[in-house]
Write a protein that binds this ligand. Structure first.
Ligand SMILES: C[S@@+](CC[C@H](N)C(=O)[O-])C[C@H]1O[C@@H](n2cnc3c(N)ncnc32)[C@H](O)[C@@H]1O
Length: 383
């Protein structure tokens, strides 16, 4: 489950650790307090279990590919309520190791027992990085995805489990992942600009009053206050359930990942240069929408019988609890059909909290003729 202070779907996958940079050691106690503890609540697991798009995708991936599970050993990284471990056992696994860092492990154990699967599923309480298994496994299953795929950095734990416990012939569930970005129109941009302007008007009244009633000039704090509010209203990515009609240009993949071979260094920093073409007449570029999808395709030598995809793309029918992350522009730009957007994206982890993300977005807009139109560079935060 994921959270966002700007209208997030749920309070959930939250903050992380204090650190001094992407590779700084993680303070486990802080990480537990800020990130893991939310997962120890049943209401939180229930929210994830209520996401039908997510549930159907994992359910179909397991039960339509039973050949990957029958008679096999499975590791469920971050079992939560135990749902994926239970399905793996029901699909015929010989043994399932269900690892959960929080006390939710007790509830998972009870659920496994109540469903008469305790002879197959062994719930282990602990961080997957710290535990030890008696054998290597044929399948690693995990639901590790955060907002815009990588928020929460939980895939690091899956990589660590894969490198320690997956047999050389093993299969990852999911097997592949992609991040998408697309230009959007949205009236959120105007709303957020108004909210920001309102906060600044309020500040000016406040500082006038402090001066006249209490004789202190607050002027020196106006700039830092404006920066703080700008970060909150404009630069912090927002959870949104976009309508596909708000997408005004070609969606583009900014990152593709093979879960069998991906490394932490490749996700600590994601760099991408891509092009999107505006495909709507006379419209306003108000920002960008970011989302992800994952595929359950098995491995090349042992493919899925039925490939399943879980997508969090804008849809008129379905919304996931991940929604989309919206990166708004405070000053929307008029664009025309055929305009080209050359986009440079650099996504890195917050220095203060390795589970949160910072995004630098460069955009050069050219007319269809090739004439330069506008360019800008913005920094956003996924909190
Ligand atoms: C998004 S939830 C998924 C829960 C469940 N698998 C499901 O699909 O409903 C992720 C779970 O992984 C656990 N988790 C995250 N990192 C972990 C780690 N390094 N070791 C063990 N559990 C972890 C969290 O506590 C949380 O319960």
């Amino acid at each position: 489950m994921r959270s966002s202070q700007n209208g997030g779907a749920m309070g959930g996958r939250a903050a992380g650790t204090g650190g001094g940079g992407p590779s700084a050691p993680v303070d486990k106690e802080v990480d537990y307090a800020q990130y893991f503890c939310t997962y120890s609540f049943l209401y939180h697991q229930k929210d994830m279990l209520s996401d039908r798009v997510r549930m159907d995708a994992y359910f179909n991936a397991v039960f339509q590919n039973k050949h990957h599970f029958e008679g096999k050993t499975v590791l469920d990284v971050g079992t939560g309520s135990g749902i994926l471990a239970i399905w793996s056992a029901q699909a015929g696994a010989r043994k399932v190791y269900a690892v959960e860092a929080t006390k939710m492990a007790d509830h998972a154990r009870a659920l496994v027992k109540a469903n008469n699967l305790d002879h197959i599923v062994e719930v282990i309480e602990g961080s997957v990085e710290d535990i030890s298994l008696p054998e290597k496994v044929d399948v690693i299953i995990s639901e590790w995805m955060g907002y815009f795929l990588l928020r929460e950095s939980m895939f690091d734990s899956v990589i660590s489990a894969r490198d320690r416990w997956l047999k050389p012939t093993g299969v990852m569930y999911p097997s592949h992942a992609r991040m998408w970005l697309a230009p959007i129109k949205s009236n959120i941009a105007d709303r957020k600009r108004n909210d920001f302007d309102g906060a600044m008007a309020d500040w000016h009244n406040f500082s006038d009053e402090i001066k006249s009633y209490y004789g202190v000039d607050m002027g020196v704090l106006t700039k830092p206050f404006a920066e703080e509010q700008e970060k909150y209203y404009i630069q912090t990515a927002m959870w949104n359930d976009l309508n596909p009609q708000q997408i005004i240009g070609t969606p583009t993949i900014v990152k593709e990942m093979d879960c069998l071979t991906a490394s932490v260094s490749e996700i600590e920093e994601v760099r991408s240069n891509v092009t999107s073409v505006i495909n709507m007449e006379h419209t306003r570029l108000c920002g960008f929408g970011g989302w992800f999808d994952v595929q359950f395709s098995g491995r090349k030598e042992d493919p899925a019988q039925q490939e399943i995809e879980l997508t969090t793309a804008p849809s008129e029918q379905h919304c996931t609890h991940w929604g989309q992350q919206v990166f708004i522009m405070s000053n929307p730009i008029n664009v025309e059909e055929g305009d080209n957007l050359n986009l440079g994206l650099l996504m890195s982890r917050s220095k203060e909290n390795h589970r949160l993300m910072e995004i630098e977005l460069n955009c050069e807009i050219k007319e269809a003729s090739g004439n330069p139109k506008e360019s800008f560079k913005k920094t956003y935060f996924i909190e």
